[in-house]
Ligand binder design. Structure first.
Ligand code: BES
Ligand code: ZN
Ligand code: ZN
Length: 489
């Protein structure tokens, strides 16, 4: 599918359908006025993301509460998704902007188009060919706001780069676990590195042993698939800052001997979403040419059962020498991350360290399935991440505060720390406090933890997110990095 910007009014662009946003239920706008009656008859009230297809009139209407990026992205994606199974090859639409000179809504519009047209059909024996071929964005403006053409084109290109990275992550997350295991994660990283001029180092089992990443190795032990530790780096000439991003890449999480019930195990191919996001972020930063040095680290592991499995009651020694009592083998992500966080800090002296993980069901219970959790020790970094997510990228993120009293639950009588809390409460936070044990003293203020367990995978589509893998956190982290670059100019 191709997205083209054209400097022609809508009337001069030939397309099978015109996509029209009904903004703030304004049915009097010249784009909408003539169809007001028909839309009324159809019961269309212009609610956010509500669509109405008037095929005879060649119009597709979608409700959009405001001209803010978040609403535009969601409305456009919903509209596009609603016609993916229809025999429509070309669509045109106007440019929608909030203010003069403001390209944020244009960027959101283009992201909406590219994210909304995502589909994952390769596992169908007879996949339907995607019908939609071309989308034309006209320079005709919804409200006569004028933006320089080069700025519009630039915003569209950036949006398409980011959306491509998100769709790449969705493909990875959606791929079944028998086809996407640690070795494939490493292969995907190598290919990505080749295409984008990144450095790529892969640690196999022997090297992981040499690095004394024994917590990660314990989780991996019962799987027929050997683990991999992946290190990708993007090194621009004059970086404004150095950032390390660490992803949980559990290509499958059966729970291990603390086996998940079958209905909880289903969808656990999603547990590689953090690692996949790291790949997507590296793809995006290199496509955008950001002036930030970015290192991606992924612990790619499969958590399985068997005679060789690690057990509740085992005591593991992580890379930094801390001992961990295993009380639940399903709290495996933090064990993998513990070692990879140590490794990342040893390898790279970063200004910011971000880990991304589908870490806890508790985070989903606390925030709901649409919102990811942001944790850390540095309020300024937390604020920046929340702003990048909720305002710039249009992803939903919320702060979960650390609490020293919760720390007690992680005490172990036999080892330095236990891998699960003794309390049922505050599970997302106790998981973050476990990870904090593996952040060096001098790095505590540089660290952010993103728990994406909720929005990483969707039962059904919402906003710009399709059913299945969402690619969540890529847009937020890329916005965060972009801001980091811009503020250091
Ligand atoms: N991968 C899961 C967390 C998860 C749950 C992700 C639901 C996405 C949706 C993680 O490894 C896990 O199983 N965590 C346990 C921790 C518990 C044993 C302390 C959980 O949340 O139940
Ligand atoms: Zn688990
Ligand atoms: Zn897990």
């Amino acid at each position: 599918m191709e997205i083209q910007y054209i400097t022609k009014p809508l009337s001069e662009i030939e397309a099978e359908l015109e996509l029209v946003l009904v903004v703030g239920k304004n049915f009097e706008h010249p784009f909408v006025k003539n169809y007001k009656k028909t839309l009324e008859v159809l019961g269309f009230s212009g609610n956010q993301d509500e669509t109405a297809l008037l095929i005879e009139s060649k119009k597709l209407f979608v409700g959009c509460d405001t001209l803010k990026g978040k609403d535009i992205r969601s409305a456009i994606a919903s509209a596009i998704r609603s016609i993916l199974d229809k025999d429509i090859a070309s669509v045109k639409l106007a440019t929608y902007t909030n203010y003069n000179k403001c390209t944020a809504s244009i960027k959101a519009l283009a992201e909406g188009l590219a994210l909304g047209s995502y589909s994952f059909t390769i596992y169908k024996s007879q996949p339907k060919e995607p019908k939609l071929q071309t989308i034309y964005i006209s320079n005709e403006s919804y409200n006569d706001k004028n933006i320089e053409e080069s700025k519009i084109k630039d915003a569209i290109t950036r949006a398409l780069n980011i959306a491509q990275a998100v769709n790449f992550v969705r493909d990875i997350v959606n791929t079944p676990p028998d086809d996407f295991y640690p070795k494939i994660m490493a292969k995907t990283a190598k290919e990505l590195a080749k295409e984008n001029n990144l450095e790529c180092e892969i640690l196999k089992e022997e090297e992981i042993k040499e690095e004394k990443m024994n917590a990660l190795l314990a989780v991996a032990r019962a799987s027929r698939h050997e683990p991999r530790v992946i290190h990708l780096s993007y090194k621009p000439k004059n970086p404004k800052a150095v950032v390390s991003i660490i992803g949980k890449g559990l290509t499958y999480d059966s729970g291990g001997l603390s086996l998940k019930p079958s209905n909880f195990m289903l969808t656990m191919k999603l547990d590689k979403s953090g690692g996949a996001a790291v790949l997507g972020i590296l793809q995006a930063v290199s496509a955008l040419g950001l002036d930030i040095e970015v290192h991606g680290f992924i612990g790619a592991v499969e958590n399985m059962i068997g005679g060789n499995a690690y057990k509740p009651d085992d005591v593991l020694t992580a890379k930094n020498g801390k001992t961990i009592e295993v009380k639940n083998t399903d709290a495996e992500g933090r064990l993998v991350l513990a070692d990879v966080l140590c490794y990342a800090q040893e390898k790279v002296k970063a200004d910011v360290i971000i880990d991304i993980a589908t870490l806890t069901g508790a985070c989903v219970v606390g925030l709901g399935e649409y919102t990811f959790g942001v944790m850390g020790k540095n309020e300024d970094l937390i604020d920046k991440m929340l702003h990048a997510a909720n305002i710039s990228a249009g992803e939903d993120a919320a702060y979960l505060p650390m609490n020293r009293h919760l720390k007690k639950g992680l005490k172990s009588t036999i080892a330095d720390i236990s891998n699960v809390s003794s309390s049922r409460y505050g599970g997302a936070i106790t998981a973050a406090m476990f990870l904090e044990e593996f952040i060096k003293e001098e790095n505590k203020e540089k660290w952010l933890h993103l728990d994406i367990a909720g929005p990483a995978f969707n039962e059904s589509a919402w906003g710009e997110n399709p059913a299945g893998g969402s690619g969540v956190s890529v847009r937020s982290v890329v916005s965060f990095l972009q801001k980091l670059q811009d503020n250091k100019h």
